[in-house]
Design a protein around this ligand. Sequence first.
Ligand code: FUB
Length: 338
Amino acid sequence: MKKAFLLLLFTQAVFAQQNPRYLFEDLYFADPSIHVFNNKIYIYPSHDIDTEVKDPTNGGHYNMKDYHVLSMDNIQQEKAKDLGAVLRLKDIPWADKQLWAPDIAENNGKYYFYFPAKDKEGNFKIGVATSNTPEGPFKAEKNPIKGSYSIDPAVLKDNDKYYIYFGGLKGGQLEKYRNNKSLSEAKEPNDQENTLSPKIALLNKDMLEFAEEPKDIQILDENGKPLKAGDHERRFFEGVWIHTYNNQYYLSYSTGDTHKLVYAIGHSPYGPFTFQGEILSPVVGWTTHHSIVEINKKWYLFYHDSKPSGGKNHLRSIKVREFQYDQKGHIQPMNGQD
Ligand code: FUB
């Protein structure tokens, strides 16, 4: 009896899935946006490549040239399958370089792939490409979304409305804008000023344009005061993601130079959101970027790190791990070094 029990424990230990685990290691992928379409799990990442750009100023070495889609039949599947390139830089009429973190949304059986890229003037804009299947290929619109700027789009479907969130500091160029207008030169707020916010805009019915001027998302501290620009441990930097849990909106993002994933909770897609705490401590590599998804009643964090490339910041690999909420709906923090 005792022997059988030990054997059971041993078998469980051998066959239990690693948490976290890498999902694909033959190519470098990062910034995974996860969606379940038609009962299949799809991963929409950035595709990292070794680059001729050696100067890391403003993220120039994140010099990606195409997007791939990966899929999994279910979350137990050990590794994701690469479905190949679905959109290439050379096929995007307005884009010049740097295909950064994308996201996707489905509306009426059509798929809208949102992505940032630098235009020929060196300004990040957000583009859309469409397909009749979640597996692509995607066809890019001729021009970027009118009035778009900066990076890292993430789309929320909420009561049949679609909202796009975006923004990123430094390489992501958010400092070049105030009230949706470009400044003559980038201007960082000083440490005591309110920090720059991620943006939100309702999408048009055709999913190709903003239906309104982008608005600032307020992230407040425990006293209801907006976070300050000097609060690098908590303020927004890039990589926004939004999900709902127990009828509340969870806005999560990277703190950039302090390398954490953190989150804030609100009662509307527009916020305001109140800062809650850390989701993930720093990973190996400079950037940290994620998505949070419920699959079969369990919650998963998809993210990346640079361990497999030996710590090269611009060569990242995607991972997944299950996580829990506590009784109050707080995300139980995880260790990025696992
Ligand atoms: O992958 C390029 C950029 O690095 C993303 O857009 C940022 O969020 C950061 O992960």
